[in-house]
Ligand binder design. Structure first.
Ligand SMILES: Cc1cc2nc3c(=O)[nH]c(=O)nc-3n(C[C@H](O)[C@H](O)[C@H](O)COP(=O)(O)O)c2cc1C
Length: 155
């Protein structure tokens, strides 16, 4: 049997807003048949290599992303883990400037050569119903994209 396609969602959240977004992204990805979705607070670089799509979620604190995510991205780079061509996306809650998801998209695109869905989803503070719908849609879009490319490459 063919290997099951995998979406990995790695996120961080201090007060729960980005966590709600992560759960909605997860729901959206899981709505696509044949997709294995994993949601994690921490990940090892090799786990990123094993996923077909990687969705990163980060709130913005002090105009920046959290240190654990930076460490993960630096380890991917240092260990020369190849993420080229994998589907990527980013999201995050913010208060007023919201840099973190933009940084994530930039790194996935420019450093790792991933096929990134833009723009990232940025939601002010607590996501409302509309915001969560947007997150579900992102998860679904990412999952459908990897299903489509798997079908295309299987001829
Ligand atoms: C100490 C502190 C610093 C923050 N710095 C920023 C910032 O630089 N830019 C911004 O857009 N929001 C900033 N925020 C707002 C958070 O991004 C916002 O509360 C967000 O909803 C937190 O997401 P979380 O619940 O997933 O942790 C800051 C909040 C705190 C408490």
């Amino acid at each position: 049997m063919a290997k099951m396609l995998k979406v990995l969602i790695v996120y961080y959240s201090q007060t729960g807003n980005t966590e709600k977004m992560a759960r909605a992204v997860e729901e959206g990805a899981k709505s696509v048949v044949g997709i294995n979705v994993e949601v994690k607070y921490f990940a090892r670089p090799e786990e990123l290599a094993e996923a077909d799509a990687i969705i990163l979620g980060m709130p913005t604190y002090y105009h920046d992303m959290g240190i654990d995510m930076k460490n993960l991205l630096e380890a991917v780079s240092k260990e020369e883990i190849d993420l080229k061509g994998k589907v990527g996306a980013a999201f995050g809650s913010y208060g007023w400037s919201g840099e973190a998801p933009i940084m994530l998209v930039e790194i996935m695109k420019h450093k790792f050569g991933m096929d990134v869905i833009e723009p990232p989803i940025r939601i002010k503070y607590n996501p409302d119903g509309e915001g969560l719908d947007e997150c579900r849609k992102l998860g679904k879009t990412v999952a459908e994209k990897i299903v489509k490319s798997a079908l295309d490459s299987s001829g």
